[in-house]
Design a protein around this ligand. Sequence first.
Ligand code: FMN
Length: 208
Amino acid sequence: MTRKIIAIVGSYRKEGIVERAVEAILEAAAERGAETETVRLIDRSIEFCTNCRTCTREEGPQRGICVHRDGMSDILDRVEAADGIVLASPVNFFGVTAVTQRFIERLLCYAYWPWGKPMPALRVKDRGLEAVLVTSSAMPAALGRVFTRSLSSLKRAAQTLGAKTAGTLFVGSAALRERQELPQAILDRARKLGHELARQRTEPEPLN
Ligand SMILES: Cc1cc2nc3c(=O)[nH]c(=O)nc-3n(C[C@H](O)[C@H](O)[C@H](O)COP(=O)(O)O)c2cc1C
């Protein structure tokens, strides 16, 4: 079966650092036979979560239905049909970009949280989805991994979607010039991550 990989990109710059890093991952996955697609959050109509909690009220594994009729449900249908996901955002003010944060908050529909319950509970912990997380920052990666929270936000988003994180890619020193080439080490790592996402998982032996 062809593996489907979807990338959700929260960068404001088309063909910027994050988008090119994601492209390198997807190209490697496609090389190994995966079907790939990219969703640029900046091009989609996504409303802000209003905290009405309508989507969290019904119990069960299906995501709750949001009151907004916008581009979000199409994206989530595609994510649920995928085998792998690349979640990507540059670091802005130490966290993810605003478009990424708006997308992440709309993932509340993957939690059951009726009024009276103190905390949300995830509807599906493991959807069999593998996630690769990508971020970039002006500061060098070694500092960015310690002092910024974009990767942990992306990881939380992956968890909420029922995805297991298979790897991360952090592109540091990413704001030195208007257009920068990606270092070879980053391209090599992107390629490895793409191959990993495209790798066929062996079916578990059926129990007699
Ligand atoms: C509004 C804004 C805030 C930023 N905040 C940070 C930051 O807190 N730390 C950092 O290292 N880089 C910061 N940056 C630099 C971006 O992370 C960098 O330009 C980006 O990773 C490049 O990716 P892109 O080409 O996909 O946009 C910021 C950039 C902008 C525009």
